[in-house]
Ligand binder design. Structure first.
Ligand SMILES: [Zn+2]
Length: 385
């Protein structure tokens, strides 16, 4: 990609204006019209509005937006896959990737899109990323942090793209998200999610690795089957809300959790432990721990619970996959189980790992070194980081 960009940049530098460049806006005025498909997803309409808004902020020119049926004969920016892009031979890219191409003086921005609101986490918005890609590359627009103070929108009376533009790009990862505050306050929400999308964050598939033991098993079986729940100090304890844990070595618990996870509607179904501590102290659960696998904890050390937790996760994911082969299962590498397994040989092919590491801890050189060791350790399970 960097080589392709270098070639485009060189072409722009040597091109005489109007010869090798396509003037979308010149001297603050534009002949161009933004065209959306006749049947457009909401996020494609939003992409056209974003393009219109930023072109106006850059140059002062306000380009009209019309549906394809009302499009003029020339000087068009097609936003989203449509009849004209198909006729021009532009294939709709996979998932959230995009193509930005100039054909006979028209600019096409065509991405992999889906149903859904543009700021919803799992809406596929390839065309929108294409709009942001074009604005960034050819207008110098940047979104550094949420809100207007985080935006860079260089003013220019012209907006130009190469007249032989043929750019293909898109995210390298199917899930991209920074969690910058513990709880986003309401006043920040719209600014935050607008920036989140403009900076390329999003995900192509639904689901996550959230805390799930309460969701998978619940408390309603406690009276009948206390043995399903964590033993603490010799006593079985029910979960409380989203806290407390379950007995992860109990085969009936594994079956109940697998049944629940297999039938969920999300693409990646969360199967992580509840937040906090309270893990089972029964003999069978403790037998899965590796006493030598110590990890730093507070001012001291503790036995990592990774081997026992991922033994359960493997069993749930493999069993749930038998029931529903379309599903993947999300699991945190976090707190008591962030250290890679000590003895567990394999990780189920149906598990997606989510690393929940605080970026503020990452500033500490010793912690950073430890995290790199962890990620290297996890990568041997088949997902090189
Ligand atoms: Zn147990």
């Amino acid at each position: 990609m960097s080589r392709l960009l270098a070639i485009i940049t060189s072409a722009m530098l040597i091109a005489a204006p109007g010869v090798f460049a396509l003037d979308i806006v010149a001297d603050g005025a534009s002949d161009y019209t933004i065209v959306t498909p006749d049947e457009a997803f909401e996020n494609v309409t939003y992409a056209a509005e974003e393009l219109q808004s930023y072109l106006q902020r850059i140059s002062g020119a306000e380009l009209p937006i019309v549906r394809e049926a009302d499009a003029p004969d020339a000087a068009r920016i097609f936003v989203g896959p449509c009849a004209a892009s198909e006729a021009a031979g532009i294939e709709t890219p996979a998932w959230e990737h995009f193509t930005a191409r100039v054909v006979d003086g028209d600019l096409f921005i065509v991405g992999g899109d889906g149903e859904g609101r543009p700021l919803d986490r799992a809406t596929r918005t390839g065309t929108l990323y294409g709009v942001y890609g074009v604005l960034g590359r050819f207008g110098g627009v940047r979104w550094l942090w949420p809100g207007e103070t985080g935006e860079v929108v260089p003013a220019s009376a012209t907006f130009t793209v190469p007249d032989d533009l043929d750019l293909a790009d898109g995210p390298d990862f199917r899930i991209r998200s920074l969690w910058v505050t513990y709880r986003n306050p309401g006043w920040l929400s719209n600014d935050y999610y607008t920036w989140w999308r403009r900076s390329g964050q999003g995900q192509d598939i639904s689901g996550n690795a959230g805390h799930a033991y309460s969701w998978m098993l619940g408390d309603k079986l406690f009276d009948e089957h206390p043995e399903y729940y964590a033993e603490i100090g010799g006593e079985r304890k029910p979960m409380r809300g989203t806290h407390g844990q379950i007995c992860t070595s109990n085969p009936e618990v594994i079956e109940i959790c697998a049944q629940k996870a297999a039938l969920d509607s999300r693409d990646i179904v969360p199967i992580s432990p509840n937040d906090g501590s309270g893990f089972c102290e029964c003999e069978q659960c403790r037998a899965l721990d590796v006493p030598e696998a110590m990890m730093p904890w507070g001012a001291g050390e503790m036995v990592a619970l990774t081997d026992r937790i991922f033994t359960f996760a493997n069993q749930v994911a493999d069993r749930a996959h038998e029931i529903n082969p379309d599903k993947l299962f999300g699991h945190f590498c976090y707190t008591f189980f962030k250290q890679p397994p000590a003895e567990l040989e394999d990780l189920s092919d149906h598990i997606v790992l989510f690393f929940a590491y605080g970026c503020h801890w990452y500033r500490d050189p010793e912690m950073r070194k430890l995290y790199h060791q962890h990620i290297d350790g996890w990568s041997r399970y088949g997902n090189p980081a």
